[in-house]
Design a protein around this ligand. Structure first.
Ligand code: HEM
Length: 449
């Protein structure tokens, strides 16, 4: 009791320089820096120039912030920087507005729809892998982005084929794909750099602004088209249901912001996870064979975790070891007590699921990729908020079931048809920008018989 009352000073991460603090180390090698400072304490303060961030290392404090005391936090600085480009959608908004949008969108992601989506994703994945030809190197990271786009876009606006933009889903996919990468890079730059530096009109900054405008135009056109089609289906039609401005429906602007949010939140995350999955499969033929066998013998109409248990454990392990979203944040709206520490109002707190998922205290031999660890140590046996690939609490990923359906469908279709071979002359490097992703992923294919 006495111990609970005492307040400790939050330790500062070692290695800070005068004035700049940890900025250079963070800018140069951020993922390893966050990994290294785990041993400095459950909560550690880091300084990026004049800005302070409290890094939450312990699952208990992460759980406290995301779940127990979540009402005392807003989404914070990272999302302030995203908002001008992505709008005030469900991922960036806070408070009652967020609650309203979440309630309006939740039905589209209900479990009962996932079975229908799964069937559709299996068809799309099959079409996609049937177009590949064996014998030459394919840049699989790009392919996975295309696949993720071709799964998400028709779910958001099924009538996209003859939309007002005049583009087919593939055409829109190319357009989105080209612009999304630039947008995501630009947002990270805007987060790390002080605002004055981030606003310098470099060619990169101009590309970023152009891409943001292009995606906004595309979303505007899709909303306009959906508004003119009262018979329309999909998530966008659901957003607009009941007419503009009345109690149930969203305004065009709100729907546009949500659409952009889904494009940004739902494509890169899934495609990066798929890329890491293929990276592992191309280096572990035994795992690929097991997955292929499972896909071939399973009921093709049942693409669920229960029907594909090995593939599911494999996905769990990819999301543990290669968690794409390495840096998430919140801002304290009032003074908050987290364990033995008191954080001031306005404190920016951050956590990294990527480093937490590699903590040997919770995951023995964390650098060993082992899908069967989930048989020995089921997710439920872990302390709360220790394994959080989709976050936790009221801001947990709304698309988690959707992402699982995409991942299961894609990996089953790929391993059913193809052997994957890593390029022996290339070392795949890890890049940590807005997500942790492979720098490129050259893989060659031979057909399975
Ligand atoms: C493997 C793929 C995915 C991963 C790892 C992932 C991860 C996450 C995480 C960690 C959060 C919580 C962020 C926070 O706490 O601040 C989140 C939120 C969100 N995700 Fe995902 N996500 C994935 C796929 C998707 C997909 C496919 C969609 C859409 C179809 C989606 C839409 C969203 C949205 C809208 C939010 C914000 C929810 C809210 O604040 O209420 N995500 N995601």
């Amino acid at each position: 009791m006495l111990e609970e009352q005492c307040t400790l000073q939050v330790p500062v991460a070692p290695g800070g320089a005068p004035v700049f603090g940890h900025l250079f180390r963070f800018a140069r090698d951020r993922a390893n820096f966050l990994q290294d400072i785990r041993s400095a304490g459950d909560i550690v303060e880091m300084h990026l120039g004049r800005r302070s961030f409290y890094v939450l290392n312990a699952p208990e404090s992460i759980h406290d912030v995301l779940v127990v005391q979540s009402r005392k936090f807003s989404k914070g600085m990272l999302f302030d920087r995203v908002r001008p480009f992505m709008g005030n959608g469900i991922a960036t908004s806070d408070g009652p507005f967020h609650l309203r949008q979440r309630r309006a969108l939740q039905p589209a992601f209900h479990r009962k729809h996932i079975a229908h989506y799964s069937e559709m994703f299996a068809g799309i994945a099959h079409q996609h892998v049937s177009r590949w030809t064996g014998g030459h190197v394919i840049e699989m990271d790009r392919e996975m982005r295309k696949m993720a786009i071709s799964m998400l876009v028709p779910t958001l606006f099924p009538s996209a084929r003859d939309s007002a933009t005049g583009q087919t889903i593939e055409g829109m996919g190319e357009h989105i794909s080209g612009n999304l990468g630039v947008l995501v890079q630009g947002v990270l730059r805007a987060t790390i750099l002080p605002p004055a530096l981030a606003a310098v009109p470099t060619p990169g900054r101009r590309r970023f602004l152009n891409s943001a405008t292009a995606l906004r135009r595309l979303a505007d056109a899709a909303v306009k088209q959906a508004r003119s089609d009262p018979e329309g289906h999909g998530v966008l039609a659901l957003m607009l249901a009941h007419g503009e401005g009345d109690s149930g429906g969203m305004s065009d602007l709100e729907a546009r912001d949500e659409l952009l949010t889904f494009l940004v939140a739902g494509i890169e995350t899934t495609s990066t996870t798929l890329s890491w999955a293929l990276h592992v499969l191309a280096r572990n033929q035994d795992m690929a064979d097991r997955m292929s066998e499972e896909a071939r013998t399973a009921d093709p109409a049942d693409i669920t975790p229960a029907a594909l248990p090995y593939t599911s454990r494999f996905i769990q392990e990819v999301l543990r070891m290669h968690q794409p979203l390495w840096f998430m944040g919140r801002r304290a709206l009032e003074e908050v007590r987290l364990g033995q520490y008191e954080l001031p109002r306005g404190a920016e707190v951050v956590y990294s699921a990527a480093t937490l998922h590699r903590d040997p205290v919770y995951f023995p031999e964390p650098m060993r990729f082992d899908p069967d660890r989930w048989l020995r140590q089921p997710e439920k046996s872990l302390p709360r908020s220790t394994y959080i690939p989709f976050g936790s609490g009221s801001r947990k990923c709304i698309g988690d079931g959707f992402a699982w359906a995409e991942l299961l469908a894609a990996l089953s279709a790929i391993t059913k048809k193809w052997h994957l071979h890593a390029d022996p002359d290339r070392t795949v490097r890890t890049v940590a920008d807005a997500q942790i992703h492979p720098d490129s992923l050259p893989i060659s294919l031979t057909p399975r018989h």
